[in-house]
Design a protein around this ligand. Structure first.
Ligand code: PHE
Length: 517
């Protein structure tokens, strides 16, 4: 009977049972979206909700609450939805705030007009989705088509301060694995590991190392085919790159970080991206929410809990009222908005430290990285100030393509942040030439860069919590004001964090509304 009622919309349909996942579990209790039938069964009615911020968290809240008929209005200070999920195309404008500490208003160099050609896009914010993250479930639910994001590529390069010239990832890996295997095998041979290894262990270790590092019976690493070829084999046998550099040289290359880029649990090869640009996700959400419910260009100036609702003041307009509010803005911006949320909440909002990240998109009229370097997607890892250089994972062999000329964080991002776009471009091209030579500066059609610290109404790439105290407080509502965003999760700097946070807020808000019915 219950199932029949569910089919008639009179009872909650059964939630999807949790799927056991090997090596990591699904959420402790599976998410069940609010639905209209919840009210049919329990009484009450969907409440009105003001959602502050049309980033991933805000849009996801409005989308999920909308499933049960909540009356949501989303207020967005920027003139576009998406927040940090920003995809730039030809015709877009990027305006950056004046450099912090610099006197005066924005200089002319702070506005870029993007002139990318038809079909070219630049994911200036999120660009890769991990297989285990809830973001993929939203892509499935919203019908956002996906393609592989090539997250690492043995054919791409590495360049570190300890190297005279770039080498292919495969070469660096062969040498690092080779020498480490040699050292360990010889230590085992000399009996140095006997306290730790049984005779059988030792044999198996040596077996492993001979494959891992391709060391011969003498346990010397002498290079080999894994390093790559100067002339690739074909009809002829080709000519190998030859003998590796010395152990000392390889150690001085400092390859630890660059060779483990995709070892972090959030990373993998492959990852995924929406076809045509990351903003396909936020646009799909916004379509579901409805354009009439989203007010862009609307800046919030005050948030006040009243006895039976929330009042939100906006610049240049009458204050808005609703029964509940979800504040899905970055914490450092919320901390500056006056209201009556309480001193402890205000202090907690001021706790997370905004961090820097920057990206530069370089549109070329010739896909030289494919044609000449035979690199199809993936990344060159460096310890230069450009950080990572990304090659496009789509549009292979097309007439043009966009390379991410830098994706950097921390001090590197801060130093690029302070430059005008023209200076960022010059510097990044000079750095890229160290990897790719003169062609890096040729055939360039257009470029655009984003410093996340200088993005209006965002002012940071993501945050770091110096102490976790305030996190727990802000995971709870302050009166009728809930908080949502990646910054309230252990998935900071991922859209998945924003989605997980939205689901938690939506679930709690909905249960409260049902309970108060
Ligand atoms: N999500 C961002 C990225 O993939 C930032 C990040 C990197 C977050 C690595 C955690 C780990 O680049």
């Amino acid at each position: 009977m219950y199932a029949a009622m569910g089919a008639l919309g009179l009872a909650p349909a059964k939630g999807t049972p949790p799927v056991p996942v090997v090596g990591g579990t699904a959420a402790p209790s599976p998410y069940v979206p609010p639905q209209r039938s919840d009210f049919a069964l329990r009484g009450g009615r969907p409440a009105s909700v003001l959602v502050l911020g049309a980033g991933v968290a805000g849009l996801a809240c409005a989308y999920e609450l909308g499933k049960a008929g909540y009356d949501c209005t989303v207020l967005e200070a920027r003139d576009r939805v998406g927040g940090r999920s920003l995809t730039l195309r030809g015709g877009d404008t990027v305006t950056e705030l004046p450099v912090q500490g610099a006197a005066g208003s924005a200089s002319p160099g702070d506005t870029q007009r993007v002139t990318f050609g038809e079909g070219t896009y630049f994911n200036a914010g999120p660009a890769r989705i991990a297989q285990w993250m809830v973001t993929l479930d939203y892509c499935r639910e919203l019908g956002v088509p996906l393609e592989v994001f090539v997250n690492s590529n043995s054919a791409a390069y590495v360049l570190t301060a300890g190297m005279k010239a770039p080498v292919r990832v495969r070469t660096a890996r062969a040498d690092a694995y080779g020498y480490i295997s040699e050292l360990l095998a010889k230590a085992a041979d000399a009996g140095a590991l006997d306290a730790r290894l049984t005779g059988a262990d030792k044999e198996r270790l040596l077996d492993f190392l001979s494959a891992f590092g391709e060391i011969g019976p003498s346990h010397d690493y002498t290079g080999g085919e894994r390093r790559g070829y100067r002339v690739n084999p074909g009809i002829g046998q080709g000519s190998e790159l030859g003998a590796p550099p010395s152990l000392t040289e390889v150690l001085s290359q400092g390859l630890g970080r660059v060779l483990t880029m995709d070892a972090g649990y959030e990373q993998a090869m492959p990852m995924f991206q929406p076809v045509g640009g990351m903003d396909a996700i936020v646009h799909a959400l916004a379509r579901q929410v409805g354009a009439d419910r989203i007010r862009t260009g609307t800046r919030v100036t005050k948030i006040t809990n009243t006895p039976d609702g929330v009042e939100v003041a906006v610049e240049g307009g009458a204050p808005l009222r609703a029964e509940y509010c979800v504040a899905a803005l970055p914490p450092h911006l919320l901390a500056r908005i006056p209201g009556n949320l309480g001193a402890d909440v205000q202090a907690a909002l001021a706790t997370p430290v905004p961090l820097a990240a920057g990206k530069l998109g370089l549109e070329y009229g010739r896909r030289w990285w494919e044609i000449e370097d035979r690199v199809y997607g993936g990344a060159t890892e460096t310890d230069l100030d450009v950080g990572h250089i990304w090659y496009p994972s789509h549009g292979f062999h097309g007439p043009r393509g966009l390379v991410v000329g830098y994706y950097n964080t921390g001090e590197d991002a801060d130093s690029y942040s302070e430059m005008t776009h023209a200076r960022r471009l010059r510097r990044a091209i000079a750095q890229g030439r160290r990897v790719h030579g003169a062609k890096y500066g040729a055939d360039l059609l257009a470029s655009a860069s984003v410093s996340w610290r200088r993005q209006p109404h965002i002012e940071g790439a993501w945050v770091r919590w110096p102490s976790m105290g305030g996190l727990r407080l802000l995971q709870r509502p302050a009166g009728r004001v809930y908080f949502a965003g990646d910054w309230l999760t252990h998935l900071i700097a991922w859209q998945a964090g924003a989605f997980e946070s939205a689901r938690k807020v939506v679930t709690e808000l909905h249960h409260r509304v049902l309970k108060e019915a």
